[in-house]
Design a protein around this ligand. Structure first.
Ligand code: VGL
Ligand code: ZN
Length: 247
């Protein structure tokens, strides 16, 4: 009988502790990540940045922006999230380069076998300095290369336009990921395509707006609306660990 009071006290203490761990709403003191949530950093490569004077430099991609993305990624990694990356990685005869279509200019849109293709300046040619990922490579659990087949473009980190899968889905599944936080370059192309394909593969998806930059304002606005309204993707204005933990 003597021992019962301390026992009850200890049990109540343990119970409240456990509830605190499982109830996300009361987990203010818990900084560790939900291990079902992964991060995808999309195409933060020299050729897409003004910082590195890239051939396809997206507006407002200064060193300051890239540093912000890297700091955010480091914070997420330190908080326990697994970080994945995508890397545009083209051969020089890639179909998306205007220089491989005689008489065409950069940013023209053409039809190839019924698909519409934007023609880009040569960018992210495999093995070149400006194809490197500018975020500390040590932060990544895995980096998935895309756009390696000269015949197909691949904005999405999951599949190319010919329907060929990358290793992304396999890697995420192997790591038991069910939810994804996505950001990077460019909002209106590779971030959008990667986020939408992630939804199609069954992941719950959020995009962090402040950690993305788009090629053009109109397509960026459209992309954000489409992601949110047609695919149920959550848009966070900025990185906030608590909102991501509760996501
Ligand atoms: C991208 C255009 C061409 C992107 C890649 O990363 O958004 N855009 N290749
Ligand atoms: Zn590309």
């Amino acid at each position: 009988m003597k021992n019962i009071v301390p026992l009850i006290t200890i049990s109540l203490f343990l119970l409240s502790g456990c509830a605190g761990l499982t109830d996300k709403k009361t987990s203010k003191f818990r900084a560790t990540a939900d291990d079902k949530t992964g991060i995808i950093v999309v195409d933060v490569q020299g050729d897409f940045t003004t910082w590195k004077d890239g051939s396809l430099a997206v507006p407002q991609t200064s060193k300051r922006f890239v540093t912000k993305v890297e700091d955010a990624t480091r914070l997420l990694k330190t908080s326990g999230y697994m970080i994945f990356g995508t890397q545009d990685w083209h051969p020089s005869n890639h179909i998306s380069f205007y220089s491989n279509h005689s008489g065409k200019k950069a940013f023209e849109q053409i039809k190839i076998l019924g698909r519409s293709q934007v023609l880009w300046p040569e960018h992210c040619i495999k093995g070149t300095e400006n194809a490197r990922i500018l975020v500390d490579n040590n932060l990544f659990m895995a980096i998935v290369k895309k756009g390696q087949d000269p015949r197909y473009d691949s904005y999405s980190g999951f599949n190319d336009d010919g329907g060929q899968k990358t290793a992304m889905l396999e890697i995420l599944k192997r790591n038991n990921i069910e939810k994804l936080i996505i950001y990077g370059i460019a909002t209106d192309y590779c971030v959008k395509a990667t986020a939408i394909d992630a939804v199609k593969e069954g992941f719950k998806v959020a995009v962090i707006k402040e950690l993305c930059k788009g090629v053009a304002p109109d397509t960026t606005k459209k992309a954000l609306n489409e992601m949110s309204n047609m695919y149920g993707i959550t848009l966070f204005d900025k990185l906030d660990l608590q909102s991501i933990f509760e996501f």
